[in-house]
Design a protein. Sequence first.
Length: 144
Amino acid sequence: MFVWSVGRQLKRVPKGKKQTLQCGNCKQEASFYESTVDESFKAYMVLDLWKRSKRVMQCGECLGVCDYYSLYPEEKQAEEEAARKAEVERKQREQEEMQKRQDTEAKERARQQEESRKKYEANKARKDQEIDDELAQMKKKLGK
């Protein structure tokens, strides 16, 4: 058994926009209030499988709704421009972070190479010293 529900909830935006227009449904001059419509599909009344919110203007007389952006097209353009700008800024931050990470990795590799070079030189110097000491002991044994 699978329990599911499809819901649609209309909520008025607190301190939202209000405009007086002629309603397309009831043909009366009415105040329209900014609202949101939340549509959802739930499984077992708990798990949201799908949810969408949409800005609308609601008629104060017949409670019909119309698209918010048809009344305020400049806001749609402003929101799209803000979204594009945010996306550009996000990509720029990602590139900066990637460059920073690459710089950090390069510095770490250089540090490790320098460390291994120093270890190599220290081992070489120690081995050279051991060879010199061994040669000195051999000369001493031979009496030279």
